[in-house]
Design a protein around this ligand. Structure first.
Ligand SMILES: Nc1nc2c(c(=O)[nH]1)N[C@H]1C(S)=C(S)[C@@H](COP(=O)(O)O)O[C@H]1N2
Ligand SMILES: [Mo]
Length: 392
């Protein structure tokens, strides 16, 4: 490092082990992570970067538009030859460990397109505000993930009948540099862990997973808060109780079990773990602020998703939600993938309009027009996405 900086690091002995001196840091996160320049950096310690709606126009999200949400420090580029995934826990019949090569050769490979949305996506709109990254609408992605089923691996190890939950452990470092602290160690109930689409993934969009997104191995549990989808996985514990790792404790990734008034204090024991994410949609074309000539019609398009459910109906409004028109929605590429919609809109006369999009899930639940129930941590904002259009 001294050579690279062309100077002595005078107090180098007290420099934290995984610290990258500022003088050596790549000042350009877009280059470092191969992201579109229009992505928005919300935090650089740890890195948290979100998309804008128009960047998410592709049916399959490319790395360049995929949000990054880190709780700690990205691990150094791992040595994949020596990387192992351990499976342990009270409810594992035995302890086993697999190299990447063993995972790939021993189990069948599956590919699914899976929607991953951060539980805090939309947080910036809540009032009173919630602490944390002020995500607007861009903490969602739907890439193609390839890997082996978590279920196949768990069954190879043997799951005791008293198993309740799986918990993940990963190679990223806590911001404090304390090696005994994990930045995040969450998990899912056995039913979610055993789903066909829950993957131990080693590829994203047909290539190795980019380092920032969990190389060489990550859990992908589509439709649930993306915090369940542990990156840089090195251990999974089969637990005989709800996993108690970092950020499983209340109030992390929890909402009030019963609705509360905005700003109300909620006791930790009255907060419930978020499971399936609510129905939501995004208009990805045009970009908000589009200008059209009078008489010109407009083709809009976007995606909608509904956690564990399917989106059954898609509507749009150009009169602030006073009236709604149906727009066609495609079936998902597979369960837990987002669905595409498009519509051709005609405007009655010159002026300012907003286009609002509203999805309804297969159980008849729709997106709220402005804001859903307030909650202390600012999770699950699935309000209708709105874009502005000017005609004339
Ligand atoms: N090991 C590890 N896994 C993690 C995280 C993390 O900080 N460390 N963040 C979680 C959260 S809160 C989210 S929203 C997703 C983000 O995934 P992405 O950065 O690939 O988009 O990863 C999840 N998995
Ligand atoms: Mo998240």
């Amino acid at each position: 490092m001294t050579a690279l900086l062309s100077a002595d690091i005078v107090f180098g002995a007290s420099m934290p082990k995984y610290y990258l001196p500022l003088g050596l840091q790549d000042p350009d996160p877009f280059k470092m992570f191969d992201k579109n320049k229009e992505m928005v950096v919300l935090n650089d310690k740890p890195w948290n970067i979100e998309a804008q709606a128009h960047l998410l126009d592709d049916k399959v999200t490319p790395n360049t538009a995929m949000f990054i949400r880190n709780n700690g420090l990205i691990p150094d580029d791992p040595d994949t030859a020596s990387w192992t995934l351990a499976i342990d826990g009270e409810s594992a019949k035995e302890q086993k460990s697999y190299t990447l090569q063993e995972l790939k050769s021993k189990f069948k490979t599956h590919t699914y397109q899976l929607t991953l949305e951060c539980g805090g996506n939309g947080r910036s709109e809540f009032d009173p505000p919630a602490k944390g990254n002020q995500w607007t609408i861009g903490a969602v992605s739907c890439a193609k993930w390839t890997g082996v089923r978590l279920r196949d691996v768990l069954e190879d190890v043997g799951v005791k009948p008293d198993a309740v939950y799986i918990g993940y452990h990963a190679a990223d470092k806590h911001l404090s540099q304390n090696p005994d602290k994990e930045p995040i160690s969450r998990g899912a109930p056995m039913a979610k862990a055993m789903q066909e689409e829950t993957l131990l993934a080693f590829q994203m969009n047909g290539a190795d997973i980019p380092l920032a997104h969990g190389y060489p191995l990550r859990l992908v549990a589509g439709g649930w808060p993306a915090s369940v989808s542990g990156k840089w996985l090195n251990r999974i514990s089969i637990r005989n109780k709800v996993h108690d790792g970092a950020k499983m404790e209340s109030p992390s990734y929890r909402v009030p079990c019963n609705p509360v008034a905005p700003g109300e204090k909620v006791k930790d024991e009255d907060m419930c773990i978020i499971e399936s994410m609510p129905v939501k949609s995004l208009i990805t074309y045009p970009k908000s602020g589009a200008m059209l000539k009078e008489g010109q019609s407009l083709n809009i398009r976007g995606h909608a998703w509904a956690g564990e459910l399917e989106v059954a109906q898609m509507e749009y409004s150009i009169d602030f939600g006073a009236t709604w028109k149906d727009c066609p929605i495609e079936r998902p590429a597979n369960r837990l993938a987002w669905q595409h919609f498009s519509a051709r809109i005609n405007f009655p006369k010159k002026g300012y309009y907003e286009i609002w999009a509203k999805a309804t899930d297969s159980q008849g639940v729709s997106q709220p027009m402005l804001l859903p129930a307030w909650n202390p941590k600012g999770y699950l904002n699935n309000a209708c996405h709105r874009i502005a259009v000017k005609i004339g």
